[in-house]
Design a protein around this ligand. Sequence first.
Ligand code: ADP
Length: 217
Amino acid sequence: MKSGGVRLRFMAQSNGVFFFANSFPRRQFTYSMNLILFGPPGVGKGTQAVRLAAAHNLLHVSTGDILRTAIAEGTPLGNVAKSFVESGGLVPDDIIIGLVREVLEAKDSAKGFLLDGFPRTLEQARALDNLFRELGISDVQIVMITAPDRELTDRMVRRGLEQGRADDNVDTIRHRLEVYYKQTSPVKEYYEKTRGVKQVDGLASIEEVTERIEKIL
Ligand code: ADP
């Protein structure tokens, strides 16, 4: 009994040394935070993403911003994406997945990232998990911001008036919410079963929502 116990302790210890020697030094100085910001259109993901990325020195990847820039510049990506974005539908998965892959592959591996607006379908979520596996990324937190539809619509209508975004008009907004509930909300269940989802009520001031998120990270 006694010698068995000693042997077990020794094995655990030698495993510990092995682990320490091989992997600990690499991870010790490369701590970073990786976030996926999730939630319905108009909930404030973009606003919070900018604040969180600045506070934690994260690479902010907004698929919506990338697409809007591509459309404004008339690049091949923009020309393909234009009709989907302006009608409030989703740009095809293979295009978006390729785009996110390029961004994450090119990223400095020591720097954390914040994904805003991606994944938006189950297929994108599964492709992202494969990409994480390939790139050796495992520490990813999912933060979901919520708000009632009425508030989302009001915010997007206001943003449309202020910023002139082509998809911020009443008909397109309605379609974007439908697309969200049909195609994007299953992603929440997917993450609840796999990584866990940290939920934050987005019905508060910008500063208050940031504080609520900071508290649960
Ligand atoms: P929202 O304020 O609705 O969250 P975004 O700025 O994230 O808007 O995205 C605007 C539009 O860009 C979407 O309605 C969609 O057409 C397109 N888009 C953005 N991200 C994705 C994605 N991951 N997959 C497919 N289409 C996307």
